[in-house]
Design a protein around this ligand. Structure first.
Ligand code: ZN
Length: 220
């Protein structure tokens, strides 16, 4: 009996140790990014808004959303990945964090810079991504919205694709923290929500579960 207890204690403490070192290892990387001194080699471009970098793993660009390629692919998804590849693959990038450091998949959320280029902004400006503001990560939300407005006016990238083929689902349903309705992203009411109040729901169910009602006008 004593032997069993000793073995259990040994097993338990090694699990704790493994968990602890794993945890501090990850946070050391976050600290590393925060000092702003490091550059990271981009090992692989996954799609228009996700990359894999050395020592960090997967990094999801903040504030923007490119058309999906895994399901579909959606119009302009392949183009977005290709242009992202041309921008950063095999390059050294700088990463900047916001308040929310990881998404629910554990990916680091970052603003990405290569040379003088602010990659997140560049993608929106040229129509390879839409704005997707997820509070509390709103540092550049105003800039992104302004760039998106111009890209849309000029019909750049995915804004040149006809309205019906445009991937709407990718941007999720939008709501304001000041209201109890949720909207399709194209709804005029959705477009009037100020970035600091904007909430995004990935699905209709998620919005309903959070207590929001569908807008009577855009009928999401
Ligand atoms: Zn609406």
């Amino acid at each position: 009996m004593k032997k069993v207890i000793v073995i259990l204690i040994a097993l338990f403490s090694s699990i704790i140790l493994i968990l602890y070192t794993g945890y501090t290892g990850l946070n050391a990387e976050l600290e590393d990014i925060k000092t702003g001194a490091s550059e990271y080699l981009v090992l692989r471009v996954i799609d228009g808004d996700t990359i894999e970098v050395e020592r960090i793993g997967k990094v999801r660009y903040i504030g923007v959303d490119s058309p999906e390629i895994s399901r579909g692919p959606e119009p302009f998804g392949m183009e977005a990945r290709e242009v992202n590849r041309q921008l950063v693959e095999g390059q050294k990038v700088r990463l900047e964090l916001d308040f929310g450091e990881r998404d629910r998949y554990g990916r680091i959320l970052a603003y990405v810079f290569v040379g003088d280029t602010f990659v997140n902004a560049w993608l929106v400006e040229h129509g390879y991504a839409r704005v997707m503001t997820v509070p509390p990560n709103v540092k550049y939300a105003e800039l992104f919205l302004e760039l998106e407005r111009k890209a849309r006016e000029c019909g750049r990238g995915l804004w040149g694709v006809s309205e019906t083929k445009r991937p709407e689902a990718i941007t999720g349903y939008r709501s304001s923290s000041k209201s109890n309705k949720f909207h399709r992203p194209s709804c005029r009411w959705a477009q009037r929500i100020s970035p600091q109040n904007l909430l995004i729901f990935e699905s209709r169910e998620e919005a309903l579960k959070a207590g929001y009602e569908p807008c009577k006008e855009c009928k999401p």
